[in-house]
Write a protein that binds this ligand. Structure first.
Ligand code: ATP
Length: 475
């Protein structure tokens, strides 16, 4: 649930950042409210830290405005912004004790000694480190050091605290504990916390609102409940919690076809016979007798997870994950039911893809049964097919004809992995080369936001000879 209207404390407006010619933040806009805990969440390399550094004043955008309290502050150095940052590496001063570490910023401001003492003591009490004043920071545990770093950031009374994966170095148990403490510190101090993490559970636990980023863009902003229950696309659904993401067809308003069955849903306005992505959370699937199920499958595995069983159920070629307090027998045939409200329909990440190349043969070797064409400034050789030089061709590559090659081995050298979403059978991977997007199917978990060589298996391709007209063509 969205909270009542709050005052905006920071606005990013149409921020564009490039490093070494590469787009890092692609025109992002974001409003952050007073006293809220906002988490920027996304996979490694998506631009979270850069967004935080823009707010902190450590990075200047190429274009766009940074607004604090209604005032544009582009160009204002970090120390002139009412912001403090807590990094993953706490960067405490090892030679100073706890008190002096926390007091550091206040001493720089040349505040009176008794005021420094009062403020440091109050802050140490807030972070539950009363009595630790004289301890050397090097003798503290990771969690305690983290609390010193937070106290040091808070003691100067900034409006905004920026936290860049501050719990990343802690073990799981301590991290969970610190998540709750951090939230409590934020609540009691009424500061705005802007937190960066790639851990979705952390984001859902602590935040008033979550900003989901991918590939230099903001995919969705909302409360943890919004993001979990109403993901706007397959990327968000996949990134947040466990989800079955399936290819479906919206037959008409409130009617969806998945896995060869028609089901009722509550979504409207997608048009008729529109390909869509369908999300069903594992906990929303009810196991039934086969004859009463909307879907029918065979139980392949069942694992007890403490509170529920997690089952993998095969429907045709597709794997569906179900969480249930009762386990079904492995090998048995079961039915599955989902109430319409729990079927979430989303637009496809890549609404239109063709993997189709229209080109002209630039070289041919009849004896070798091969030909060449140019694709985005590279010459590609197609073995096993011969067409004379100058032939106009349409080459259709099904998504399983694409693969990511080893170093220097590709038909196109560098393509960018934009998203990877498991669709119950394969990963659906969206790639971007200089001139187009590609859809690829793969069983390998590829790393998003990396550049890889792309190869084509032309034995799976379709070739169609086109009329010589028109004269102007491109690869
Ligand atoms: P992570 O979770 O791994 O920290 P992130 O989402 O915080 O990732 P950023 O640190 O914002 O990502 O980086 C986004 C991209 O920008 C990455 O590809 C990174 O290599 C690149 N990048 C960041 N800072 C610079 C810089 N100063 N110069 C060149 N490239 C940079």
């Amino acid at each position: 649930m969205e909270q009542t209207a709050k005052k905006t404390i920071v606005s990013l407006k149409d921020i564009f950042v490039r490093f070494d010619g590469e787009v890092i933040l692609n025109h992002i806009s974001l409003d952050i409210h007073e006293k809220e805990f906002v988490t920027i969440l996304g996979p490694s390399g998506c631009g979270k830290t850069t967004t935080l550094r823009i707010i902190g004043g450590f990075v200047e955008p190429e274009s766009g405005d940074v607004i604090f309290d209604g005032r544009r502050i582009n160009g204002t150095p970090p120390n002139k912004r009412n912001v403090n940052t807590v990094f993953q590496k706490y960067s405490l001063f090892p030679h100073l004790n706890v008190f002096d570490n926390v007091a550091f910023g206040l001493k720089l401001k040349k505040l009176p000694k008794d005021e420094i003492k009062r403020r440091v003591s109050k802050m140490l009490a807030t972070v539950d480190l009363k009595g630790y004043e004289k301890r050397s920071v090097s003798t503290l545990s990771g969690g305690q050091q983290q609390r010193v770093a937070i106290a040091r950031a808070l003691v100067c009374d900034p409006d905004i605290i920026l936290l860049d994966e501050p719990l990343g170095a802690l073990d799981l148990k301590l991290r969970k504990c610190m998540q709750l403490e951090l939230k409590e510190i934020q609540r009691s101090t009424e500061k705005t916390f802007i937190y960066v993490t790639h851990d979705q559970e952390e984001a859902l636990t602590m935040s008033d609102r979550v900003v989901v980023m991918n590939n230099g863009a903001i995919e969705q902003v909302g409360t943890p409940e919004d993001i979990y229950n109403e993901p706007v696309n397959a990327f968000v659904a996949d990134f947040i919690g466990e989800a079955n993401i399936l290819n479906g067809t919206m037959i008409d308003d409130c009617r969806i076809r998945i896995l060869g069955r028609e089901l009722e849903c509550v979504d409207k306005g997608f048009g008729r016979n529109t390909p869509v992505d369908v999300v069903i959370r594992p906990e929303d699937i009810i196991i039934t007798k086969p004859e009463t199920g909307q879907l029918v499958g065979v139980v392949e595995s069942s694992t007890f997870k403490g509170v529920h069983y997690e089952m993998s159920i095969r429907v045709g070629k597709c794997e569906i994950i179900v969480q249930s307090t009762k386990s079904a027998e492995i090998g048995s045939t079961v039915g599955m039911m989902v109430v319409p409200f729990n079927i979430q329909i989303m637009n496809k990440l890549l609404p239109f893809y063709d993997n189709i190349i229209e080109t002209v043969v630039t070289g041919a070797d009849e004896a070798d049964n091969s030909f060449e064409f140019r694709l985005e400034d590279e010459s590609v050789t197609v073995p096993g097919h011969y067409y004379p030089e100058g032939t106009r061709l349409r080459i259709t590559l099904p998504p399983d004809a694409l693969s990511l090659a080893g170093d220097g081995d590709g038909d196109i050298d560098d393509v960018y992995i934009e998203s990877v979403v498991y669709k119950g059978e394969h990963n659906e991977i969206i790639l971007e080369s200089d001139e187009r997007k590609w859809l690829m199917l793969s069983d390998v978990d590829e790393q998003v936001a990396t550049y890889v060589p792309l190869s084509f298996d032309f034995s799976k391709a379709g070739f169609e000879v086109l009329d010589p007209e028109p004269a102007e063509t491109e690869g």
